[in-house]
Ligand binder design. Sequence first.
Ligand code: AMP
Ligand code: ZN
Length: 439
Amino acid sequence: MELKKYWQPEAETMPREEIRKMQSEKLVKQVRHAYDHVPPYRKKMDEAGVKPEDIHGIEDIRKLPFITKYDLRDNYPDGMLATDVGKAGCVRIQSTSGTTGRRVIAYYTQHDVDLWEDCTARAITAAGCDRNDVCQIAYGYGLFTGGAGLNGGSHKVGCLTVPMSSGNTDRQIQFMQDLGTTLLCCTPSYAAYLGESLKERGIDPASLSLKAGIFGAEPWTEEMRRDIEKSLGIKAYDIFGLTEISGPGVAFECEAQHGMHVNEDHFYAEIVDPDTLEPVPVGEKGELVFTCLDKEAFPLIRYRTRDICVLDPTPCICGRTFIRMAKPMGRSDDMLIIRGVNVFPSQIETVLLNEGYAPNYRIEVDRANNSDTLDIYVELGEEQFGDTVKSVTNAEKKLAGAIKTMLGISPVVHLVAPKSIQRSEGKAVRVVDKRKLID
Ligand code: AMP
Ligand code: ZN
């Protein structure tokens, strides 16, 4: 059977004017649905002085108020669930991976699950896979959307689905070998760890059947992509999503590996200035905002993701017409301000990988004598470990210099023993900000 290039070509290659027309029609209906059935959103629209009748198409989206995570927390657990759907109309919940405050609960009807799974099926197809593939899912299963989302897409495509969940690295590797896994889905930090584990066990990635990986749920750099591709012997594709909007698959990478196509028939993407909330010119950096165009249970409109990124409307070589989003540079709320300078952890990771270190690090920010301190703990590789104290001190200075060039501020670098930084099986926690007193 010939390899399918698109999962749903009629949507994925739709001409731009038709996409806009479809989005306009869906938005008009969705605003009416939210106004009539999501009381907190109705209140927001009333406060903003805008009525569903004022919305005639996508160009009117700017008139609509935003929704933030605070709105969702304030309306915990089900204040934003559409009242005409209600719990009886839903078949599933998922929840955000936030560790502080009230978790956000997202509700899904069968239709909502279906469209989400179509999105992950598109991602799996775009990674060059079909029913002949063996898809090992090492994202966590449970409330987190990673496991469930990819599981559904893998079924739709007809892959042999291996629902491993995260952790138990020995068993992950054993199953890759025994079942001939061709596609691996997990967080990039866990993929990097699996690559490292293969090396430790003396397993040549070429001896496995792996050909592709779909990695997301946390920021990762191009340097980390190259590292993972090498250590696992695969092509590594990015996938983006968030629970509030559905889960992984809101956007996905194609063979070009150059930006993620937003599934624009279901989600409308905007970039706004996070301070003024005004849209920024196309191609400029800002906060990503999503509108769910046809979800029933949890129809969020203009949801502020806090992710900072750029949209690219230029045509893609793969033939898909959906707009692309660049890799998020981090979240505006995880952006650190250190001595007045905006710092994204991904910038530090880029330097570490360029300087030949593995992506095993911890960033600690604190305050001493009214000044911010930045300490970066970086793990040495086994081959670097036997070095003398003098050479380690020199290496620390060199790395601190490279980071200063990137950020404009000086960190204190600590090179630490191999395996001393805790590995992650899900989303990596790399930043400890000791200055933070409240959530
Ligand atoms: P959650 O809904 O708890 O899984 O978290 C969603 C958040 O994870 C997003 O808003 C992003 O900040 C982050 N995220 C998800 N996928 C990616 C990705 N591919 N690259 C960077 N950040 C991501
Ligand atoms: Zn493409």
